[in-house]
Write a protein that binds this ligand. Structure first.
Ligand code: FMN
Length: 321
């Protein structure tokens, strides 16, 4: 799998509706599900695992959890599904995650992480990867990161998505933990130097990804979260610039039509509503963006204001000409 450009997992954002939107703009980039906790699958909604469509590949299923048996059960279930890789979340800093002892909290428990990853690899027919931070709390990232990666990779794990900052679990909210402490890309570069045989994908704060691409050329890829969600239209050159694949881009009008056609195939109102919200960023930069966002917010679920939105897009181009 070519991980040159990945869209980060984001709870309440990278659901199947957003992924459908992203696939209108880039066919090659690697998509992630939101993190799904093993318990929510084993004791709750197994259908959560089924929420993808064929057009989404390549796609990575991200799991949260700390119990090797539960993780292996979910990996077994996923063997028959269309995921290309399964990723264990070792980077999420939320208090819920911390009190449940999964996500970033696991970076202090390499033995447990190894047990989880061994169980997952034994059960899964798909590659297993991890998403980590540089460290947590008082860990010294110069020593502890290499030690952690060395231990984890000794189980056979070859792919590391690295959010280039520590997580401060006791001091900061999840939101602040995405801005503080400062990003440290050079530590990620050093990690790749130390572990040249591993695939290292850098994440965190990358906005101008076409320009910044060459800064990360020693790494195996970049992972973009919030910028991709807020400005999806910017993704339209990813396939040509990161994958040298020059397919014709979809116009804003055809993306809009495709989204509304897709909504017709969904049967839950709240799924359509979330899809309409994900479209908000698509029109950023248009003169009529605000009017379009209001229409998206007010659309009744079954008769969204598709034609009005298309008229507003056309109006924008007419005035620009
Ligand atoms: C709303 C939101 C939800 C997130 N949910 C997840 C998640 O489910 N799993 C995960 O590994 N990271 C999650 N993250 C972290 C992102 O994957 C990413 O590491 C972080 O946003 C930094 O990248 P960025 O600066 O490009 O956004 C989330 C981030 C945001 C903003």
């Amino acid at each position: 799998m070519d991980r040159s450009f990945c869209i980060a997992p984001m709870m309440a954002k990278t659901d199947k509706q957003f992924r459908f939107l992203v696939r209108q703009l880039t066919k090659k980039s690697i998509l992630f599900t939101e993190m799904i906790h093993t318990n929510s699958i084993l004791f709750g909604n197994q259908n959560k695992l089924l929420e993808y469509s064929e057009i989404e590949n390549p796609i990575v299923l991200q799991l949260g959890g700390n119990d090797p048996i539960s993780l292996s059960k979910v990996c077994l279930m996923a063997n028959n599904l269309n995921y290309d890789e399964i990723n264990l979340n070792l980077g999420c800093p939320s208090s819920k995650v911390k009190s449940g002892n999964f996500g970033a909290a696991l970076m202090k428990q390499p033995d447990l992480v190894k047990d989880c990853l061994i169980a997952m690899q034994e059960a899964s027919s798909k590659p297993i990867s991890v998403k980590i931070r540089l460290g947590i709390d008082d860990l010294d990232i110069n020593e502890s990161l290499d030690r952690f990666v060395s231990e984890v990779s000794s189980t056979g794990i070859k792919v590391f998505y690295v959010h280039a900052r520590k997580a401060l679990l006791d001091k900061l909210s999840p939101k602040d933990n995405r801005e503080i402490p400062p990003l440290n890309y050079s530590r990620v570069m050093k990690l790749k130097e130390d572990f040249n045989d591993l695939e290292i994908i850098v994440n965190g704060g990358i906005k101008d990804y076409y320009k910044e691409k060459d800064n990360f050329s020693t790494l195996d890829g970049i992972m973009i979260g919030r910028e991709a969600y807020s400005y999806p239209k910017k993704l339209e050159n990813v396939d040509s610039i990161f994958y040298k694949k020059n397919d014709k881009n979809n116009s804003l009008i055809s993306i809009t039509k495709n989204m509304f056609d897709y909504f017709e195939t969904l049967d839950k109102k709240n799924e359509i509503k979330r899809g309409l919200i994900h479209m908000h960023g698509l029109y950023n930069g248009l003169k009529n963006a605000r009017k379009i966002r209001i229409l998206l917010s007010n659309s009744s679920f079954f008769k969204p204001a598709k034609n009005e939105i298309i008229d507003l897009i056309n109006d924008n181009y007419k005035n620009a000409a």
